[in-house]
Ligand binder design. Structure first.
Ligand SMILES: C[S@@+](CC[C@H](N)C(=O)[O-])C[C@H]1O[C@@H](n2cnc3c(N)ncnc32)[C@H](O)[C@@H]1O
Length: 267
């Protein structure tokens, strides 16, 4: 019999108590390692509700969009007639020049007509566009400037080989943006412009870049001027921007994407 048991039998008899073997408390289970912080979700594309909650019309005809932006029906009808002739010129240009970008990167017909119409109706001195590719949108805008007999188009692209459809046009100023820092290239040129009567975004369609371009261009747009953006269905940047500045956004549902346009109200 062990010493403890013998002592316990005496103790129990004398006091009713006994000595227990010391058992150290069971070690606490090690705390589970914390899971790493969740990665921030990439910006989500807008939902249908993001559009409908704005209570605005989603136009399907470029002519309706131009009228909704404030131009008389008769003036809009005139530019539509001119545009039909332009489509033939563009087809011809495609046969004459070497193009390097996928054709589907170019603006859709309805967007092309809207851009031509805006540039004819606004009679802008300065137009800025980001995203040239082969230059279909540039072609539309420059054709309108030619008819107006005034205005300059400043176009930005990270690719030096962009713009073959309009290379050499006297009203065209191309900036080859630094691929590592395209915002710096954009800001350097835009800072030097007094106003931007018409702006088109059609470059990197990520939320941060879209918002950056809208916020950079908008302060330069005078009353009556227009900020347009292709692919506003890809992120919520355009919808958020319109809400932030308290402006009425317009939309053109152009086959496979949505063009947005905001006209700065007359002061
Ligand atoms: C959709 S395409 C432009 C299509 C053109 N507007 C047209 O109608 O033919 C997009 C272009 O943006 C250019 N790009 C992409 N990110 C850019 C950026 N951050 N700044 C300037 N250009 C960019 C690409 O090289 C590409 O040529």
């Amino acid at each position: 019999m062990s010493l403890r048991r013998t002592a316990n039998s005496y103790l129990r008899r004398l006091t009713g108590y006994e000595v227990r073997k010391f058992r150290p408390p069971a070690p606490k289970p090690a705390a589970k390692p914390k899971p790493p912080p969740a990665k921030p979700k990439p910006p989500q594309p807008p939902t249908l509700h993001d559009f409908t909650k704005l209570s605005v019309l989603l136009e399907v005809a470029p002519t309706d969009l131009l009228v909704a932006l404030g131009w008389p029906v008769d003036d809009v009808a005139k530019v539509v007639d001119e545009f039909d002739q332009l489509t033939d010129e563009l087809k011809q240009r495609y046969t004459e020049r070497e193009t390097l970008f996928p054709e589907r990167w170019g603006v859709e017909r309805g967007t092309g007509l809207t851009l031509y119409g805006l540039a004819r109706l606004l009679k802008p001195k300065t137009v800025v566009e980001t995203g040239i590719a082969d230059g279909r949108s540039s072609f539309m805008i420059l054709s309108a400037l030619d008819r107006n007999e005034q205005g300059t188009l400043y176009s930005f692209d990270v690719r030096p080989d962009a713009g073959s459809l309009v290379k050499g046009h006297p009203r065209w100023r191309q900036t080859v943006s630094d691929a590592k820092d395209p915002r710096r290239s954009f800001t350097e040129v835009v800072d030097g412009l007094d106003t931007i009567d018409l702006f088109l975004h059609d470059s990197d369609h990520g939320y941060p870049n879209q918002m950056f371009e809208y916020e950079s261009a908008w302060p330069k747009i005078p009353s009556g001027g227009v900020l347009a953006s292709d692919d506003v269905d890809l992120t919520k940047a355009y919808v958020d921007f319109a809400t932030k500045i308290g402006a009425r956004p317009h939309f053109l549902f152009d086959r496979r994407k949505i063009l947005g346009a905001i006209r700065r109200e007359a002061a």
